[in-house]
Design a protein around this ligand. Sequence first.
Ligand SMILES: [Zn+2]
Ligand SMILES: [Zn+2]
Length: 316
Amino acid sequence: WLKRYLNFGPERPLWCFVADELLAHRAVSADLNVDEALRYNTYLQSWAPYQSALNLKSKDLATMMAVGRKYGVRAEAIAIDREILDTMPIWHHKFSDGDRRLFNSPENVVSCLKDKHRLRWVKDARELANKAGSNRHTHRVDCRCAACRVTRAITGCGHPHKCYLKAQALLNSIEDKWDPRVMQPEDYIRKNLLRDQEPTAHEDENTADFDTRVTTKGTLADVFRIFTNDESNGAHTAPTTKFANEQQPMITVFTDGSAIDNDTEDVKAGAGVFFGDGDTRNKALRVPEMLGPSNQVGEVLAIKEAIEAAPLDAPL
Ligand SMILES: [Zn+2]
Ligand SMILES: [Zn+2]
């Protein structure tokens, strides 16, 4: 149920929209200052509904929400495609550090954005904020630039410049990872490391390119992760996985794991990494107790150590 509820694609079942309305109607009292018309989804925004069946007036909804809490369902990804970032609600954005005041005041500008501009999503805010940079735009309330004239004509807005600035402020409150205006890993040029150079004897059907852009694509439904822990992710920006421009030579590393008394209490396991004769990066490691020693863990540990010891931008 929860998975279907969090499917924001075109196939989203009708009951999900009913659930959205019911949950929006039952926001906890601390969040009553979030305009009910702007409460889209608690997973995408910084307001919460009541949790008990009694308060939600629905046992099914309460159960569904309880599952999400119990198993740590939340929006989380290493890096996110700009098309997805654009579809997040701009109001009370989950990853905004803005307080309620940012979203509620000044009242005349906020209601102009909501009612006249019909500002709803990050994309709307981005497009509106962009108008402040239009050719010949001035800060005057009666600015005659093309962007302001069109904005006035379509929306009836009385102070376009103020609305552009507010849209900018809303966007500025979003952390970089969720801000479509900043450089994101998807902007990096894809290094097709293996295809760029002559195939070698080591390349076979087991060789795979690692896409360094590490970007989640698709729809909002694709940014949800389950079994996360309670701590929020400290990474507010996407990682830098930009590679050097010049092609590095292919490196071959040999790895292995092994265990004595595998599958017993007394199991002892080790990992080995071999770059070549006399190479200082060669390693022989005992698999520590905390990793739960086994032959398989030894194999994986050896691979992890090899990757960490090898240059980041060389095909491995
Ligand atoms: Zn203007
Ligand atoms: Zn306006």
